[in-house]
Design a protein around this ligand. Sequence first.
Ligand code: NDP
Length: 353
Amino acid sequence: MKNTNGKLGVALLGLGKYATEQLAPALQETKYCWLAGIITGSSQKANQFKQKYSIPGENIYNYDNFDSIKDNPAIDIVYVVTPNALHAAFAVRAAKAGKHVICEKPMATTLEDCDRMIDACIQAGVTLSVGYRLHFEPYNQQIIQLATTHKYGYVQKVIARDGIGEVHGWRLNKQLAGGGALMDLGIYCVQAANYLFNMSPIAVTVQKHDNTLDEVEKELTFQLEYPGGFMAECACSYSKKMNYLHAMANNGWFELEPAFGYAGIKGKTSSGDMHFEPVNQQALEMDRIAQAILRDKASPVPGEMGREDIQILLAIYEAMHNGQRVILDPVIQASATTETGGSINGSSFQVQS
Ligand code: NDP
């Protein structure tokens, strides 16, 4: 593995809003990785990035010549930040070029694509991580800690809601997005419920859905059912602003609102307010992933975790379409470890007969 000044070189692939406004600035704050290169379909963005971040010309690629990145020792990690359905093809190409991969959420839009990505990274001997930034955010880490140490007893119920006012562009295109509010925002509710219960759901149901957008769902209310009868009540929306996470335990409660944003997260418990200094979530995420690579350790947010979430999202879509409770069967799968040490097991799903 090559690196510069002890830092791994990251190439951002897809210079859209998230890469431009969050990831590239965050890479100016990272200690274990740096913005070494870019892969873009836009020569205008290539020039802007080149100037703004002093990116050497030999580290700038387009989607046609991207595979030659394999010969570039300055790039250790390719971070895929394209529309969801394109993650898999780019991640596989990056792995085949011998680069570690970070892929934005949702990891992919089909389980077949998740498997292709995982297999390609295993074959190439590189790590695959998903951009689950909240695993590195202090308020979310604190509630994971409260939940897994049973500070207020066992978590009995989780309520999670994530919604934004409106969306545009590829997010409304089923082929590129794979789905609507659930794929984009509901995934945070699923993640949160899993890390608070520290378990995988065994069944899902859909209570309400609004499919008034042309191709993807606008709103969805769903329930995740966990072993022991514990429930997560979740809602996601492309028309209502919501950002809330609540955990009810035997002897108290804790909650975040807003819960899932890049900044400004606030938290309280049944015994008082939480206080943490602001952090750059994306910088922490990339640094933790880079540290894991440098130390030859497993990713804290591995592809298997991303795959499990896709299994759950697809089960929720199944429940939405057929109106039935869909059971998720536990399957043998690598378990994913959260930053606070919890274990999230894999599941597959089937429609209850
Ligand atoms: P944008 O539409 O702003 O950017 C996507 C970029 O992908 C484009 O600018 C383009 O980059 C590239 N691209 C390549 N092929 C296509 C194509 N066929 N159509 C459109 N764009 C293409 O999206 P976002 O930055 O908002 O989202 C990108 C990914 O990041 C998504 O998977 C999303 O879910 C995830 N995301 C994650 C967040 C988080 O908090 N973890 C927050 C926001 C997004 P170029 O012009 O350089 O070729």
